[in-house]
Design a protein around this ligand. Sequence first.
Ligand SMILES: Cc1cc2nc3c(=O)[nH]c(=O)nc-3n(C[C@H](O)[C@H](O)[C@H](O)COP(=O)(O)OP(=O)(O)OC[C@H]3O[C@@H](n4cnc5c(N)ncnc54)[C@H](O)[C@@H]3O)c2cc1C
Length: 458
Amino acid sequence: MMVNRRHSADGAQYGDQEYDAVLIGGGIMSATLGALLTRLEPDRSILVLERLDEVAAESSAPWNNAGTGHAGLCELNYMPDPADSTRAEEIGGQFRISRQFWQSLDDPGEATFVNVTPHMNVVFGERDVDYLRQRHAALQRSPLFSAMEYSEDPDAIARWAPLVMTGRSGSEPVAATRYEAGTDVDFGALTHRLLSDVRRRGVELRTGHEVTRLRRAANGPVFPIGAQFLRTGEPDVVSQHAAKVYSQADVGAPPMSVPHLDKRVVDGREWLMFGPYATFSTRLLTRGRLTDLFTTLRLHNIAPLVAVGLQNLSLVRYLVGQLLASRARKFRQLQRFCPEARESDWELIDAGQRAQLVKPDRRRVGVLTFGTEVVASADGSIAGLLGASPGASIAPSAMVELLSTCFPDDVARWRPVLERMMPDLSRETETTSRAEPRLARATAAARNGSARKDPSAS
Ligand SMILES: Cc1cc2nc3c(=O)[nH]c(=O)nc-3n(C[C@H](O)[C@H](O)[C@H](O)COP(=O)(O)OP(=O)(O)OC[C@H]3O[C@@H](n4cnc5c(N)ncnc54)[C@H](O)[C@@H]3O)c2cc1C
């Protein structure tokens, strides 16, 4: 997603027409930003451009992502230190803001794209059991997670996740957490829902329109990591699993490669999905071009990219191992999770491409970021969003952050409307999103008639 807004010298122009904002890409991020802007400024002219003939066909398509409503409940990679729940709480707070925004939409509401699906962790072995016990104890201190259950009893865990426990010897230590009110989200359906809403409010959407040249460019290159999932729609298998169960990632695996077995609901049909398996392509979009990656390379950003490769040799080894893995080897990974899985029940499907941002760094030359990043030009006239997890789940917070970066003069005026839709934006608690302090700072700056934007946001 990328936004280009009108600024004094250089209008957001498409063809011979000027727009107040041009949103590039028909995915969840543009759809969310469009929905926010049309509520804040019903009279501004907004254009959405999508290169494909349909919207929500890249990362936001339901089978191109895992559909997890990331809320810090089951993602162990948000808490590498089991005693430090800061990141899990931050994402939990941002997901609450997403739910508030989705609930503020008119009918048809959340029920058409959100399914309540328990979020679980299951881990094996003394070391991981010890980790999960400490993580659970730390999370219990936050009101966001106080309803999370914990067990080391194999029978109780088998009742929560029978497919994961059936066929195991029972001698290995095991532990699980379970949060009943987790969610599976069809981000494709949500994107369609938001885009038809914004079109009704006057936004122009043009599909089959590719933006090929922008006058400003971000400084960092990107590192694409693709994914595959195993999927089954066999009713007798699907009926045995009603949760999203996340475990620990292999050594060297990037954080988004944590294996998980998920119940999914897409277009009203129930499925199970396992993965992800990492893939690599020089395409930045599943329907992009093989030359995509090379078009992002400039002389000044080759050094950060090479530095990232050298600093992440275990990641490189992991990716090469994944690329060479046969279907049979991938299936054995599922069997480690689900001992009685039958190969004939499962099909391998391609998922979306993640473009992870490589940032230039004074000390380390380049650093690879795994989160969701808003990147903006210094004057806020152009901004884009890169990265994956927590991705679509926190689209409303990410887009509020983008608004405060790109429209600092308007944000004070907009604040009451934003807070009416998403009351947690103004709540000074541990659930407060990263977006809120930015919004507060931008509001204060605008009130004082001072600085255009927070420099740390670019
Ligand atoms: C394997 C995988 C699993 C994931 N799992 C989860 C998950 O469980 N939960 C979660 O919250 N998030 C998840 N994510 C992240 C989430 O899918 C993304 O954060 C989110 O979909 C990004 O939305 P977007 O609108 O930025 O991008 P997209 O949905 O990819 O939309 C971008 C659009 O821009 C268009 N476009 C690109 N270039 C141009 C151009 N030059 N001109 C015009 N149009 C253009 C593309 O065709 C595309 O339609 C996952 C991602 C992947 C890849």
